[in-house]
Every structure is written in C-alpha cells, then in structure tokens.
Design a protein around this ligand. Sequence first.
Ligand code: DGL
Length: 258
Amino acid sequence: MDKRKCPIGVFDSGVGGISVLRELAALMPNEDYVYYGDSAHAPYGTKTLEEVQRLTLADAAFLETYQVKALVVACNTATSAAVGLLREKYADMPVIGIEPALKPAMSVKVHPRVLVLATPMTLREEKFRQLMRRYETEGEILTLPAPGLVELVEAGELSGEKLEGYLRELFAAYPAGELDCVVLGCTHYPFVRQTVQRVLGKRVMIFDGGAGTARETKRRLRETGLLNPQQGKGAVTLLSSSEGGAMVALERMLFEKY
Ligand code: DGL
C-alpha cells in the first residue's frame, strides 16, 4: 500500500474543526480528508481532563479505521488535554495539534494588549500556561473563557441577536479601544468571527490558529515523505458521532459555504 495516498484524519469535539479542515483543503487541495466531529459529546471544554482524554483517544481510534496517514487534532481543548497521549499511542504517525495563535498576535506592535478567548479547559491546562509564559514579557495577555459559545455554534447560531447578545455580555468588560487583538483559541470560534468583530469594533485584530496548523501539517507530511502525489481535487469525507444527519449537514455547510 502506498501510504502517501491514504487520507488525513481530522477531528474535533464537533463542527469547529471544519475551520481547520478548510485551511488544510485550501493549502493541500489534492489530499484526501476524513473529518470526524464528536458532536454527540460536545462540548469538551467544560468536561474533566480524564473524560476529554478518553474521548480524544476514542476519536483517534475511530479515524484509525479509515487508514489515515496522519492525525490533525483540530481542537485546542483536545490538544491541550491529550496530544501527548496521542503521540505516544501513534508514534509512527504525524500527530499535529492546534494551539491559540498567540505568537502572531504578540507581534502586531510593541507591548500589545491581547485577549485570548478559549474554553475553560484550554485556558486551565499546562500547555497554554507554558505558551503564555513564553510571551508574557512582550505584552499584556488577558484570558477569557467562553462557556456556551461552542453550544451556539453547534446549534448553527452563527449570526443574529442571540449570538450578538451573548458576545456583548461576554466582552462587556472590554470597551472598544482597550484591546489590540483577540485570539480565537477554539476552532468553533472562527465561524462567529464577523460578529466578534462587530461587537469589539473594526480596530481589533482577530487571529486564529487554523492556517498555522495547516502549514505545520504540510511541513510534517513533507518531512515524513507522506505528501500525496495525486493530482486534482481530493475527496473530503465528513462524519459525525451525532446520529440523524443534521450535524453532517452543518459540517458540509460550514465547509462549503461559510
Ligand atoms: N473546537 C474545540 C476547541 O478548539 C471546542 C472544545 C469544546 O468542545 O468545548 O477547543
């Protein structure tokens, strides 16, 4: 079997990882992808560490049955909770995680004021603490957990009054002009980027880790000789743990149109 022709496995707690899949498919359109959203168990970010580790290992084991050549953990929460466990278990396969895009946000100006928006678990875990320590002398880093936002995206609330009301309340302590950047540290959040921008004002720069993760995936595939030699557009298979087809339909809408 030519391993290069196997698909890339991409997963998340739900539909959020589609924001990463879009970046992957834009950068490497000839690759085949299998996406798995664990919407039946979303959100992960408010669960215990042990639960998220168990669910993350189950997601990867499910994708393994599709003979994937690499795993992209398109979930900041699962990455912070379990990327080490995955790398141990799948030592012969590239395992690429995602982390909040703090680096580009910290370089927009001298001593920026940056707000990192993520799930409670991502902000609590050591992986993010380490990342924060690396940049803390370069500016002011504020963190804001957003419990409930993943649920809104999973429900397809990507614009409108309910979402805007939630975000206005969430950002109430940060009036316009007080922030330079916002880092979307959860892969669900890029789908509400426009409303975040409207609530915080045009001046605030917004970053997410999707494109960086796609570039890192390409680099790892090249390094391991696993880039697909096939020409043309690859196949994208969308799957969900949620039964009934509605979540796969939302994944497709987010992948194709959003
Ligand atoms: N998309 C996941 C992330 O990037 C959301 C986690 C959750 O389900 O709470 O963190």
